[in-house]
Design a protein around this ligand. Sequence first.
Ligand code: KG4
Ligand code: ZN
Length: 335
Amino acid sequence: MITLAVETSCDETALALYDSEEGVIGDVLLSQAKVHSPFGGVVPELSAREHTRNLLPLFDLLLKKTSFDIKEVDFVSFTLTPGLILSLVVGVSFAKAIAYTFNKPLVPVHHLEGHIYSVFLEGKVEYPFVALIVSGGHTDLYLVEDFGRYRFLGGTLDDAVGESYDKVAKMLGLGYPGGPIIDRLAGEGKPLYKLPRPMLDKEDLNMSFSGLKTAVMNLLRREKEVKEEDVSASFQEAVVDILVSKSVRALRETGVRRLVVVGGVSANSRLREEFQRVSEEEGFELHIPPLRLSTDNALMIAYAGMERFRRGVVAPQDINAEPNLPLEEFGKLWT
Ligand code: KG4
Ligand code: ZN
């Protein structure tokens, strides 16, 4: 079975063709980072405009690159939720147009579910497992009992971790997206500054990152002669400490010994290193996608779409994009 997958929830326009037997046929992706960089974050209207402008040329490129006849596709997978509503609408409309034109079924995917299943593109993970999703919009821990059965364990009460990377980068005048820049600078600096680890002393699995961001702002106001490398390293150490500690606690509380770490921030080199070390020390199984599958892409949407279609789930042609449907609820509705 072959699916065409469409992903436009934020600032990446991405399409993929995936075969359940043969694997990846091909994928294309266009990042809008340059468009949003002067603003230090994603501008929703610009994002939707760019998706509209780029989807058709990317679709042509995908078909040309793979010499694939679109009539051979069995169904169309697409990101239904969550994301920037205007951007989602562009992708959903495109998916509907292709499905309608070629008379193919439509299969909805939750963006976070896509991230979770990005690790399956490299090899299956046994159920149950704990998933830490760390992206520009989310920082959540889930217990994944099966495909579509997601139990929320805890998450950030304020900023998402990727968002705090981007905001700290903006404070330092480093550009967007801030995560990869801070990651690189941190490697050249030392964690000299003591920054708070909010909620680490709390027994639950919730987290908070806005206080950490404010602490960085106060540090920059207080100290005139700071090196951005050292600020980056200090901020990153605090982030890694929070994410690793809460994930280990989630494994202990659920009694599960498999952890999946996904989403844009899972590309972080220090986070990967620390999770690797702790997984060996604590003896749990660790799965992190390769870098190109950590950040937004359409292959992860294709994989999750394939799992859903296999279970017989198909959406009506008049389905509409949703800005923020929780993953747990989505799983119950569509599985
Ligand atoms: O999953 P993603 O591509 O899009 C969303 O669904 O939000 O995640 C994007 C986020 C951005 O905030 C970006 O700064 C962050 O992932 N990011 C990183 C790294 N690469 C991307 N954060 C830390 N270290 C990185 N290497
Ligand atoms: Zn994402």
